[in-house]
Design a protein around this ligand. Sequence first.
Ligand SMILES: [Mn+2]
Length: 239
Amino acid sequence: MTLDNIKEEIEKAKTVIILTHESPDGDAIGSSLAMYQALKQMGKEVDIVIPEHPKTFDFLPCANEIKKAGRDDIEYDLGIALDCTDTTRLEGFNPWYDTAKVKISIDHHGTNAMFADYNYVDPVAPACAQILIVVLTSMGIKIDKDIGTCILTGIITDTGGFKYDGITTETFEFTASLMRIGVNVSEVYKKVLQVKTRANFELTKLAVNRMEFFEDGKIAFTYITKKDEENANAQTRRP
Ligand SMILES: [Mn+2]
């Protein structure tokens, strides 16, 4: 079974690189940081590479350990892609994934291209982070407050705050179990969905000002550019 293979490969690996999709959201970052901490708990030499991400997620445990690039002096024993439908979405950092001796992908998109050696894809899960509960538990990892906060961030982001189709009884059971170990669910909720950074506000302003309506107001169109994001200083970039 895939899950057994994944467990086995993770146990065997000494060096691991964790990657996620470009323009990472809370699920991408939360899932990656949860896996990163789990592998650290297991004593692995692990790198998490996310060249830039919205500042909203700077509060997450271990966010300051995220790297801009992988190591070029080694070929990683294992590459893990999270929340990622295909390798083109790994952007310019797929060389480290491509050269990894074994590749794992854990994802919840029905369109996943099954590009890895071991693909654990559950299209019914509302977030990649929710799949990690199963994966990490099967690996014997203790989901502590920090790992739980990262997983919760992924779930809250991808369910729009528990409101989209796809949330399950497990979503709430897991959230309840996090509350029991002291995770402040309402604080995470506010930080992820309600706090507006200055950059966020500036970008919203631009988007609203550029909005155009078509088809009798049934369709609204607007945009922001990469340049706008840079001007608003919206992203945390790794040096
Ligand atoms: Mn996701």
